[in-house]
Design a protein around this ligand. Structure first.
Ligand code: C2E
Ligand code: CA
Ligand code: CA
Length: 772
């Protein structure tokens, strides 16, 4: 986690540093370029300033020249010159000079001696200082001593030159200030090594003179530091070679740079903004990179911890996405391998059944969630011999067949496991001892079905030990051990089945034996049918009877259906019994048909039979085979059987009804079949339970119930049958209430087929008349 974190920080940090360097470099480069450009511009400005300075100076000279020329050409003035009238001349010079804004004005003779002047300090005949040799007809010159001056000299002609007028302008502080404001540069006039005028502050002016004394400089620009400020300087040379006058133009560089200050500030702002954006971008990028990495790291960690449940998913198209895909494939591979390993650890590799460990675990769960669990421990007989004759592959196949058959029989009601080699453990949920013994018998029968292997047929036999939770313990391991020890004991018994626990009572022993023997009763010829006649009270028709099952057990003798039918239902043998009864009945009907007897029979169908969705087709097949009509059959179903699962019952009964089989609600009045259900059922008949009929007497409760039931049945369009008619009184009442059919000991007990045939013979004469 820390590593990732530092990875993210490092990416962000590196990117940010990179951007910092780039942006700083850009900033510094632009700053340097800006400054260089400022310096260059500054020099340009100095050049421009110098040019402007010269032009303005020239302009002044020209104007001065023109003004002096006008004076020199003035007739009166010439006259005054010619006459030598000095006071007049002085006043004219003063007036004219003032008009053109000149400084000192002089009139000289042709030898350069003063005739008149506006300067009181000069006297006539004196030579004008600094003017000699500098006189240049009509031009502007600068004199060398004292303050430099702009000077214009114009001859006075009459017509030959008789004198010359000189007007001057001092290049003083005022002029320097004027130029400064014109060209926006500091101006310094420097005569022969002396400062004449300067717009610089005094201190800097003095420093400038000192600096120039060391290095006078050239006409090109250069830089000087004065009073702590950096200046650019340019020199103009005026005057003559002997008496030069230097004009220095100066520009403080900080001023020039100050102009670029806003630009640089803006640049700094932009750079700052760019840096911030870079920082945010770097953080985002780092996060974007680090997040999938972190996800992947968490997922790898989980896989490392053995948690393979969560899919590795990083929905990206890039390298991270591909890495996640690889990781996901890895996870699936590991998960599959681990699942296989887990499965192998808890399952038997040969049959795929749970092993002893898992069986125990399952049992623990069953015990915790089910009220009743039975365990059947099955050991195959002589498997060693089978292995020898069938070979290892054959033995394996046979073991797999055993597993398969046990699972088919259990039909999801529990769990089949294989603790060791040739032993199997069946756990059946919600099944008591009787059910378990029934299941054991079915298992034995199922295993007895031959298995073919390379031309040999193998019939398996086995010994089975049975325990039941909670009767025989509540510890899974102990229960399995007890079942196994019962199995080992079973090897000594003739029926090879043993229920753990010695202290069973005789009744239970009998029940278990019945359960054990039920599946074989049909094969052993112990079952038979009896027929109890039914008599229609109105009109005549074919003979009718209810078919009832009888079991004559080889050792226990006659067993009543009241005893074995519930046992069969609990032990899973009922379906087999029903099948036997239906087939035997159809055979009997076919036989009677050949004897020219037309008989309609009712037979009883249990709740478990209603769950057998293939029953209608099977019955139809048997009827077709025997050439018996479905109309000859009525199926009796008790109210409680219907109510156990009304939807399934309605579905199956509807199919039976469509095939033409009549349906009757047996034991009517003892259950809670609602009228609503009755209306939805395709039933044809109500059979009032014998408990209401046996003691039927005029005016008693049963009479009320039976009479109203008959009426209600008729209102619903149903035929009504009363069973349990034991007395003539009951018969008379039923007849008076319009009951359709009666059945009971008063007419006949259930009797074997031959006796029923005799009964039918006796019916050739109107028996009921005889009865009444
Ligand atoms: P059930 O369907 O109500 O059959 C009628 C029972 O009442 C029969 O007893 C019959 O012998 C008896 N009975 C008939 N008339 C009288 C009478 O006047 N008085 C008295 N006290 N009893 C009379 P059984 O044969 O012992 O059968 C008992 C029950 O066993 C039957 O009751 C039926 O529920 C079941 N059962 C019998 N055979 C079969 C069968 O083949 N399949 C199915 N699923 N159940 C059967
Ligand atoms: Ca019945
Ligand atoms: Ca009945």
């Amino acid at each position: 986690m820390k590593l990732i974190h530092s990875f993210q920080t490092r990416i962000a940090g590196s990117l940010f540093l990179l951007m910092l360097v780039v942006i700083t470099l850009v900033y510094l480069t632009v700053k340097a370029a800006t400054e260089a450009s400022a310096v260059r511009q500054s020099y340009d400005q100095l050049d421009t300033g110098a040019r402007v300075f010269r032009q303005v100076l020239d302009g002044r000279c020209r104007r001065l020249n023109d003004a002096v020329r006008v004076l020199a050409a003035d007739f009166g003035f010439r006259d005054a010159v010619a006459s030598g009238d000095v006071p007049t001349l002085r006043s004219v010079l003063a007036n004219h000079g003032a008009r053109v804004g000149a400084g000192d004005t002089y009139l000289l003779d042709m030898d350069g001696r003063l005739i008149a002047s506006t300067v009181a300090a000069h006297s006539e005949g004196e030579r004008l200082p600094g003017a000699v040799g500098a006189v240049n007809d009509g031009s502007c010159v600068l004199a060398g001593t004292g303050l430099p001056q702009l000077r214009v000299t114009v001859p006075v002609r009459a017509p030959l030159p008789i004198a010359q007028v000189v007007m001057s302008f001092a290049m003083d502080q005022a002029m320097a200030q004027e130029f400064r404001s014109l060209i926006n540069l500091d101006v310094v006039f420097l005569g022969e090594a002396a400062l004449m005028a300067s717009t610089l502050p005094d201190e800097q002016g003095r420093q400038l003179v000192q600096e120039l004394a060391r290095a006078p400089g050239t006409g090109d620009g250069w830089q000087l530091t004065l009073g702590g400020r950096l200046y650019q300087v340019k020199r103009l040379t005026l005057g003559t070679q002997d008496h030069p006058v230097y004009v220095y133009l100066l520009r403080a560089l900080d001023v020039a740079l100050a102009e670029f200050e806003p630009l640089l500030r803006q640049l700094a702002l932009i750079a700052g903004g760019a840096l911030l954006a870079a920082l945010l971008g770097a953080l985002w990028l780092a996060r974007n990179l680090a997040q999938p990495l972190r996800q992947l790291s968490v997922m790898s960690w989980r896989i490392g911890q053995g948690d393979y449940a969560v899919k590795v998913e990083v929905p990206r198209q890039d390298e991270f996405g591909r890495l996640a895909q690889v990781l996901e494939e890895m996870r699936q591979g590991i998960a599959e391998r681990e699942q296989r390993l887990n499965h192998n650890a808890l399952h038997d590799a040969l049959t795929g059944l749970p092993n002893r460990l898992l069986a125990e675990e399952r049992l623990r769960v069953f015990i915790a969630t089910q009220s009743q669990v039975s365990l059947l421990y099955l050991g195959l007989d002589g498997f060693q011999a089978i292995n020898e004759s069938a070979g290892v592959a054959g033995g394996d196949r046979i073991l797999r067949m055993v597993a398969e058959r046990a699972q088919v029989l259990l039909a999801g009601r529990g769990c089949v496991s294989r603790p060791v080699g040739d032993e199997f453990l069946v756990q059946a949920c919600r099944m008591g001892l009787e059910g378990a013994v029934g299941l054991a018998e079915q298992l034995r029968l199922s295993l007895a079905e031959p298995i073919e292997w390379e031309g040999q047929l193998f019939r398996l036999s086995c010994r089975i030990g049975v325990v039941e939770y909670p009767r025989h313990g509540d510890d899974p391991n102990q229960l399995i051990e007890r079942a196994r020890s019962a199995m080992l004991d079973a090897g000594q018994l003739p029926d090879r089945l043993r229920v753990y626990d010695e202290g069973r009572d005789a009744a239970q022993q009998r029940r278990l034996q019945l359960v054990q023997d039920l599946p074989l009763a049909g094969e052993r010829g112990e079952l038979m049918l009896v027929f109890q006649p039914k008599v229609a009270l109105q009109g005549s028709g074919p003979h009718q009877a209810e078919v009832l099952l009888r079991w004559r057990h080889a050792e226990l003798g006659m067993v009543s259906p009241g005893e074995f039918i519930p046992l069969a239902e609990r032990s899973g043998s009922m379906a087999g019994l029903t099948r036997w009864v239906i087939q035997a009945t159809i055979r009997q009907l076919a036989l009677w048909q050949t004897q020219g007897r037309e008989v309609k029979v009712s037979l009883n169908v249990s709740a478990v039979d209603l769950a057998d969705t293939q029953l209608p087709e099977r019955v139809m097949g048997w009827l077709d085979d025997a050439g018996v009509s479905a109309r000859q059959l009525t199926f009796e179903i008790t109210e409680s059987a219907i109510m156990a699962d009304p939807e399934a019952a309605i579905a199956l009964l509807t199919r039976l009804s469509i095939l033409g089989i009549r349906l009757s609600v047996d034991d009517y009045g003892t259950g809670q079949a609602s009228l609503a259900h009755l209306k939805r059922l395709p039933v044809d008949e109500l059979k009032i339970d014998q408990s209401f009929v046996k003691e039927l007497a005029p005016g008693n409760d049963d009479a009320v119930i039976v009479r109203s039931t008959i009426e209600m049945g008729h209102n619903l369009g149903l035929e009504v049958v009363a069973e349990g008619v034991e007395e003539a009184r009951a018969l008379a009442l039923l007849r008076s209430w319009g009951c359709d059919v009666i059945q009971g000991y008063y007419i006949s007990r259930p009797v074997p087929a031959a006796e029923f045939e005799a009964w039918m013979e006796r019916q050739s004469m109107p028996v009921l008349e005889a009865l009444s």
